[in-house]
Design a protein around this ligand. Structure first.
Ligand SMILES: [Ca+2]
Length: 105
């Protein structure tokens, strides 16, 4: 009988659609939601937002079977262009996406 060794590699989550909106009640506050998918249905994830102004925060993850959404919101104290990044981490592998956002206070 042949033996077959199967190595299952952990695949990084893939970041999909990203929606950004300004808070209607507060011009310096933005809200972002991003979709992600991971073929590993048992994987769970954490997320870090880097707001590009020296602040970072954990993303709030809502997921089922390896896929879901991550949300974040931030209030800016300085106007101009900010390089926001989102990192979605799955144990030892991660994906990262950069978002350029201009903030006019
Ligand atoms: Ca995975």
């Amino acid at each position: 009988m042949d033996e077959v060794n199967v190595t299952v590699r952990n695949v990084a989550p893939m970041i999909g659609r990203i929606d950004i909106s300004n808070d209607p009640n507060q011009s310096d506050k933005i809200n972002i939601i991003a979709d992600f998918t991971d073929p590993g249905v048992l994987d769970t994830h954490t997320a870090i937002w880097d707001w590009g102004d020296g602040n970072k925060s954990h993303g709030v993850i809502n997921e089922s079977k390896g896929s879901g959404t991550v949300i974040g919101s931030h209030v800016y104290k300085s106007k101009g262009e900010h390089n926001i990044s989102l990192k979605i981490i799955d144990k030892d592998v991660y994906s990262k996406v950069l978002i350029l956002r201009r903030i006019d206070l």
